[in-house]
Design a protein around this ligand. Structure first.
Ligand code: GDP
Length: 300
């Protein structure tokens, strides 16, 4: 009976992957993988993973051993160089995650999706003229961030649209009192954008918020050459391919990455038990309560 080479079959499993013809497989990049085969995922597009090695980007496919375990933006991964000319580099292992931002499609499902891995913080953008809707979304992300070990930053944008800032002051005070950083911005006038940039310094930050609050506008101010970089990091072949998230470097700030999370319209927290939720509201967590799984909703 002929011997079946399982390794070979598995390695060729993701066969729609074609090694890029440009410098992503430069000798320098390959040497770097050989020296230390771990890098950080900056974009995932179906079976293609873009990995950052120090300052070099490299495209890799999944190794057969990664059939079940997929990676997300921010993941630290082990990669091996291509084995032959027509092979591609392969992601062979996902290293343990330090933080993870999870969401469920809605609150009735426990089916979790990873938004970003290993990010230090999440920046939630809300609009100064729709604070009501914004803070409901915000609370959900803050719970998910708390559960996943991320810090959170509240960004109140479109400040130029409100004349009377009392409501903004109130929201700022409430969230600052609960221990969150708050920054006021206007992508239209540029107000607060430098302050926001400094709050990103040295971190991987996922930016999220309802559609229309000004995320793309802020993103473009923080990463001015993003459109130029999109060919480089994800969204190959046009803007609307299925890249779920991508990380882009904030120029002029070392080790500072901003993660765009398009398509994240809802932030379900369906995988958390009601009693667990209260643990992620700082102002409830510190209440002196006799019940372990109290939801603080009418219990004695
Ligand atoms: P996204 O859906 O969250 O990415 O929001 P966009 O960045 O696409 O912005 C939605 C709309 O709001 C666009 O028409 C922007 O020009 C506008 N916009 C964004 N930020 C501001 C702001 O700070 N002030 C004002 N007045 N308009 C803004």
């Amino acid at each position: 009976m002929p011997r079946i080479d399982i390794d070979l079959i598995e390695e060729e499993w993701d066969d729609d992957f074609r090694p890029p013809s440009d410098s992503r497989y430069s000798q320098a990049a390959q040497d770097r993988i050989r020296r230390d085969g771990t890098g950080r995922v900056v974009a995932v597009d179906r079976g293609r993973v873009t990995v950052l090695f120090e300052d070099e980007l490299l495209e890799a496919a999944y190794a057969g051993s990664m059939r079940r375990e997929k990676v997300t933006v921010g993941d630290r991964v082990r990669v091996r160089p291509p084995k032959h000319e027509n092979d591609s580099a392969r992601v062979t292992e996902r290293l343990d995650r330090e933080t993870v931002l999870l969401r469920t499609a809605d609150d009735t499902t426990e089916d979790e999706r990873v938004v970003v891995a290993n990010a230090e913080q999440v920046a939630v953008v809300i609009s100064a003229d729709y604070l009501d809707v914004g803070t409901r979304f915000l609370d959900r992300v803050l719970v998910a961030a708390g559960a996943g070990g991320l810090d959170a930053l509240v960004c109140i944008n479109k400040l130029d649209l409100v004349e009377d800032t009392r409501e903004v002051d109130d929201v700022e005070q409430r969230y600052a009192a609960a221990g969150y950083e708050v920054v006021r911005t206007s992508a239209a006038t540029g107000e607060g954008v430098d302050e926001l940039k400094w709050k990103l310094e040295g971190c991987w930050t996922a930016m999220t918020g309802h559609s229309g609050v000004g995320k793309s506008s802020l993103f473009n101010l923080l990463v001015p050459d993003a459109d130029h970089l999109v060919g480089e990091v994800g969204r190959r072949g046009g803007r609307h391919t299925t890249v779920s998230a991508r990380a882009l470097p904030v120029p002029g700030h070392e080790d500072t990455w901003l993660v765009d999370t398009p398509g994240v319209r809802s932030f379900g927290v369906g995988s958390l038990a009601p009693g667990e939720l209260a643990q992620h509201f700082p102002e409830l967590r510190d209440l002196d309560c006799a019940l372990d799984d109290c939801v603080h909703d009418g219990e004695p």
